[in-house]
Design a protein around this ligand. Structure first.
Ligand SMILES: Cc1ncc(COP(=O)(O)O)c(C=O)c1O
Length: 360
């Protein structure tokens, strides 16, 4: 008799991972929106210092990191949820809020983990198409909210399309959502967004107990390999619920130590934001030179339709053969599109050159 698994195992989509991990040789890994730059020495040293205490479990209350984030964002520490990546807080929110009969509303295409929440919980997911400029259609999302809605997710800037909505629109949307509905504002790329100061959305928390803002150390801070992210919650109740549904010790000691140190180096964050912007503009110019118009990016990646959408698999394969790994639109809800992370200058040039050879 074969083993029997829960029905959700058949429903949960497999996360699309790049095939480049573990390959030898210099590849351009532009598929996962990571930072192309390693953490600065002070952050590496903080993680290394934590290694001497690895015989102990990590601080389950994440006290030092929460205190640091509380001071940085002016949000009480008891309303800050730490996670093994911000995905951990996201999935825990799904676990804590959703069940069969409940509804979840999110835009599509958006972050590929959102469908996991409905599949794992048995809730009904309602996907609202992006508008013609690849942005969230917040009015259409509002219309989908019913008495059964438990959670609405807004991804700003949106992955995979890189576009962002102005804070005024986000603010009006959150104000219009009924209080019984939790709103997750997923801001994994907030620091790259030139339309707003990253603290502006945080100020909405004071008025909206049903709001949760997700942030991560995986992108601008360059700590994707350690897995640490957080949720700034409008109410303590949300934080206790997501902590309750997870295993204890969900954030490693090295991750906590590195994140605390990384927060001390905001000058480095600014430098990385500037470098990303300069490299993104170069990358966009290279695409335009090939006759390709990317979406209006406010992130560390670009999104565009290929001139011949049917050639998406050939182009993705051709790029990989040339050592360049990008994410195919098919895996992200739009066949014929590509999502490409902004890498180092050399990686971006390598990508543009390879793409040029494939779409010429
Ligand atoms: C929109 C969005 N949210 C959340 C995450 C997850 O980040 P983390 O590494 O913090 O789990 C990502 C990662 O790609 C993302 O694109």
């Amino acid at each position: 008799m074969p083993m029997e698994f829960a029905a959700k195992v058949r429903r949960i989509p497999v996360y699309p991972s790049a095939e480049a991990y573990g390959l030898d040789g210099p590849v351009a890994l532009l598929a996962s929106n990571e930072s192309p730059y390693p953490p600065i020495p002070a952050v590496q040293e903080a993680a290394a210092r934590a290694l001497a205490g690895l015989h102990r479990y990590p601080d389950p209350t994440n006290a030092a990191l929460r205190a640091k984030l509380a001071a940085r964002h002016d949000v009480p520490a008891n309303r800050i949820a730490i996670g093994n990546g911000s995905c951990d807080v996201l999935l825990a929110a799904g676990d804590a809020l959703l069940e069969p009969g409940a509804e979840l509303v999110y835009a599509w295409p958006s972050f590929s983990v959102y469908p996991h929440l409905e599949a794992a919980s048995g809730a009904t997911g309602i996907r609202v198409p992006l508008d013609g400029d690849h942005r969230h259609d917040l009015d259409a999302m509002l219309k989908e909210i019913t008495v059964a809605t438990r959670l609405v997710i807004v991804c700003n800037p949106n992955n995979p399309t890189s576009t962002a909505l102005p804070i005024e629109e986000i603010s009006a949307f959150v104000a219009a959502v009924p209080r019984h509905v939790a709103v997750i504002l997923d801001e994994a790329y907030a620091e790259f967004n030139m339309l707003q100061d990253p603290q502006e959305s945080v100020e909405l928390l004071a008025r909206h107990p049903n709001l949760v803002i997700l942030r991560t150390f995986s992108k601008i801070y360059g700590l994707a390999g350690l897995r640490v992210g957080y949720g700034l919650c409008g109410s303590e109740r949300f934080r206790t619920a997501v902590d309750q549904v997870r295993q204890p010790f969900f954030c490693s000691a090295a991750a906590q130590a590195a994140a605390v140190e990384a927060l001390n180096h905001q000058d480095e964050v600014s430098r990385r934001v500037e470098r990303n912007l300069a490299e993104r503009l170069e990358l966009e110019a290279g695409l335009q030179h090939l006759g390709i118009e990317p979406a209006d990016s406010q992130a560390n990646f670009v999104w565009f339709d290929l001139p011949d959408p049917d050639r998406e698999p050939d182009v993705v394969r051709g790029l990989a053969e040339r050592g360049v790994f990008v994410r195919a639109g098919t895996a992200l809800g739009r066949a014929g599109a590509l999502r490409v992370t902004v890498g180092t200058a050399g990686e971006n040039e390598r990508f543009v050159e390879a793409l040029g050879a494939l779409v010429a």
